[in-house]
Structure formats: C-alpha cells, structure tokens
Design a protein around this ligand. Structure first.
Ligand code: LLP
Length: 432
C-alpha cells in the first residue's frame, strides 16, 4: 500500500475502518496490525487470474510469511491451501483447525519427527526435497503401514532477478532435485517404485520478491517439458504442477509489481499451450504466494521517542521497536515507507532516518523517508510490513515481541498477545 493510497480521517491513519492511533493507545507499541480485508483482496486477485483459464488450481499460502492461529483461520475461511516448512508451522495450522488435507509440507531437512507428524495427521502432500528424505519417509510409511501424497521439488536451473539470498531455483541451491544432472529423474524412479508414496506432481520455486514475468514463463515452459519427457519415458502423468511463490509487492514508490492476475494469466496461457502441443492432459496448477498475500496488509506501529541531530549530517528519529520486530532492513537492506499516523495531513518537510531501539548500529528501520516534523509521542506507521516481519521477529536485547491485531470492517481483534517480561524468562532455569 503506497502512502498516497492510505485512508485517513481527522489527520489519523485509518486501517480496516479503525483509527490506528487509537490502536496504538489501546494495545501499546510496537504493534503489528493486519488489515484482513486487504488479505482477502489479494487472495481474490490471484483467484481472478485463474478464473476462465479452464484450469483447476490451488492457492497454497506460504505460511512462513506470517503464521499464527488467527492467520490460518482466515485462510480456512477463504478455502485456501497452505504450505508449512516445520513441525511448528504444522502444529499451529492444526491447532487453528486448518484442514490437514489442505497442507503441503516443504523443507530441505525434515526430521523424522516432522515426517511422522505429517503422516500421522495425513496431511495433503509432502513435497520431497532430497534422497535422504525419500529413505526417511519410506521408513515412516513402512512402520506406520500408511501411504501419503508426495510431490518432488525440482531445481530447474532458472534464477529470478532478485536479492541473492532469495534465489532458490538455480542449480547451486540447497533445495530440491537438480534436473540438469539427472538427479530429479532418479528421484522420480525411486518414488514411482514405492507403493506407499502417491506421486501427484512436481514443484519448483524460483525466488522471492520477483517483478519480472519472464522467470515464471520460463519455469512454466520447463515444467511442462519435464512432464512431457517423463511421460514418454516412464508413463508418468503429473496431476499437479506447482510453481511456488515469489510474486513481488511494492514497498516503496520505486517498486513496480505486476498484478497477481497478470502473472497467473501468463502462467496458465503458457502451460495450456505447451500441454496441448505435447498432447498432455491439463494439470492442476498450484502456486504458493506468501509475501503477496500478507505483505501489503501489514503495518508496524511505533511510538517516536528520542532523536539525535548530527550537525550538518543527519537526524535520527528513534522508535520503540526495531530489528527485533523487523529484521528485513538489517538483513536484506529492505526499503520501506512510513507515515506519521497521528498527523496524516501535515506536509513532508524532512528526509528522515528512522532507527530502532536495539543496541546495534545496523538497527536502522528506514534509511531515508520523507516525513513531516515529528515529536516524541507521535505514532509512526511503517507500511507493507506484513510479510516476514513478525514471522522473523526475535527477542534480541531481551525485548518482548509485539502484539498482533487484526482489523476489518471497523472492528479490531487482538490475535497475538504482546510478550511480557515473564514470558521472556519462562523457559530460563536457575543454575545456582
Ligand atoms: N514456496 C517456497 C518453496 C518458498 O521457499 C517460498 C519462500 C515461498 C513459496 C513464498 O515466497 P513469497 O511468495 O513469499 O515470495 N525472508 C525473506 C523471504 C524468504 C522467502 C523464502 N521462501 C524476506 O524477508 O524477504
């Protein structure tokens, strides 16, 4: 949500019909706020892309972007699938009442316990990443006399132009079976031989925060090419082609993301044309958006405290949160916009540098943003913080993690309590 599109009333930022300044006072800061209507709108935009395409599809939300009980409940209400990458995310989803059969399990080093948990709960599909996992899962299924749906995660040799930490589709990646060297084909043979593994399709994920459409087009071509090859050689039919996530969003006015529906049209057109050329039945298309579902819906509210003016250089505005509730600026040099939530009508008069309260020079939340004059007590709202903000939060410097509030249709609901100092020491044990 770029700042020019924000709603305000009497100079206050309004989120989901609720006054954000009231939220800051009611729940304290730092506070993470999600506009649930915005989450639903993003989901709908993906759906619109699939409508009329003639494809069966699933939108499988990548929970790593933001995974809490309340979030899984919204997903359930929206009839979405979800993907989890740990026993913890799986536990949270199940605890939220999310249907097990709509869960995919990812990960390059799933433990025996995690695989057992997935099989015991008969989740929808395990996305197998490597040969060790094939063996481990084989063991679990034999011991439990069970069977389960699986997909193979492939590394198709396509890299997206994005931050280097986010590239996962190229050959040198810790994820998936490499296609080029024949590893993927070997995995296919092993899995097809196993009666307890029901291979429903193939998966690939080429990166995150992708703006270009070319990477997805290339991937779509490549996946159908692989299916056609395997169909010829092994009579394998992919019920599902899963193209992962990675759809970029706008954090600042410089970012120009492509609308989800446009991405999806391109993907479905490509898969349809290639499948028809190769005489293959149309597969189901699954995608795994994380950031694009929750990123634009999230806001971090902070209270402004001290500031430091360095003559002839710059001024730092210090807020009451920082790298503990949003590590992305420090870790990825991620950029964000911000507004003064209690002074929305004021003109931006300064180039501000927003820093957090953590004892580390790198704890800069925004390197440069245009803001009006600010005073201690003002509420600063950082925009588009919904993806990988709270989910990557830490207790660095023994700061409690913030509370999370959902807003929708003028109502606010606390969905994650603020951590207390007692919570911080809950797991500590005495030594003496
Ligand atoms: N599927 C798979 C297999 C993934 O590995 C990921 C993200 C996604 C889907 C969702 O991607 P999205 O639509 O959210 O871009 N912490 C980093 C992002 C790491 C993404 C890892 N994988 C950040 O804050 O930018």
């Amino acid at each position: 949500m770029i700042s020019s599109e924000l709603e305000s009333s009497n100079g206050h930022l309004i989120l989901g019909g609720v006054d954000s300044v009231d939220l800051a006072h009611k729940y304290g800061t730092p506070l993470v706020v999600y506009d649930v209507g915005e989450i639903r709108k993003q989901i709908q935009d993906f759906r619109t892309g699939f409508e009329d395409s003639g494809f069966k599809y699933e939108i499988s939300y990548a929970s790593k972007a933001f995974a809490t009980v309340a979030m899984y409940q919204v997903l359930k209400q929206e009839h979405l699938h979800t993907d989890v990458v740990s026993g913890g995310e799986l536990f949270t989803a199940l605890k939220a009442g999310f249907p097990a059969e709509k869960i995919s399990f990812h990960g390059n080093n799933k433990s025996l316990d995690e695989l057992e948990m997935a099989v015991d709960n008969q989740i929808g599909v395990i996305i197998i990443d490597n040969f060790y996992e094939i063996k481990l899962l084989e063991r679990v299924l034999n011991e439990k006399k069970a069977s389960i749906n699986v997909m193979l995660r492939l590394t198709p040799g396509i890299s997206a132009h994005t931050h280097k930490y986010d590239q996962t589709g190229q050959v040198d990646s810790k994820f998936g079976f490499d296609v080029e060297s024949g590893q993927a084909e070997k995995a296919l043979q092993l899995v097809m031989k196993n009666e307890n593994m029901n291979l429903i399709g193939i998966h690939a994920h080429i990166g995150s925060q992708i703006f270009g459409i070319e990477g997805f087009t290339l991937l779509a071509h490549k996946m159908v090419e692989i299916v056609a090859d395997w169909h010829k050689k092994y009579n394998f039919t992919a019920r599902v082609i899963n193209l992962g996530g990675g759809f970029g969003i706008s954090y600042t006015a410089d970012d120009e993301p492509i609308a989800p529906s446009v991405f999806i049209k391109q993907i479905t057109d490509t898969i349809k044309a290639d499948s028809q050329n190769d005489d293959l039945p149309l597969p189901e298309i699954w995608i795994e958006p994380g950031r694009s579902i929750v990123g634009p819906a999230g806001y971090n509210l902070y209270t402004v405290g001290s500031h430091k003016d360095i003559p002839n250089l710059k001024s730092y505005i210090n807020v009451d949160g920082g790298m503990g509730d949003n590590i992305r600026p420090a870790l990825y040099q991620a950029k964000y916009e911000a507004v003064v939530a209690n002074n929305m009508d004021a003109k931006a008069t300064q180039e501000a540098h927003v820093s957090g309260k953590y004892c580390e020079s790198g704890d800069i939340l925004i390197d440069s943003v245009k803001l009006p004059e600010v005073e201690p007590g003002d509420v600063l709202a950082m925009l588009d913080t919904g993806a990988y903000g709270y989910s990557m939060a830490s207790n660095y410097n023994r700061n409690p993690r913030p509370a999370v509030v959902f807003v929708e249709n003028g109502q606010d609901k606390l969905v994650v309590k603020r951590e207390s100092y007692e919570d911080l020491t809950r797991l500590d044990l005495n030594y003496l």
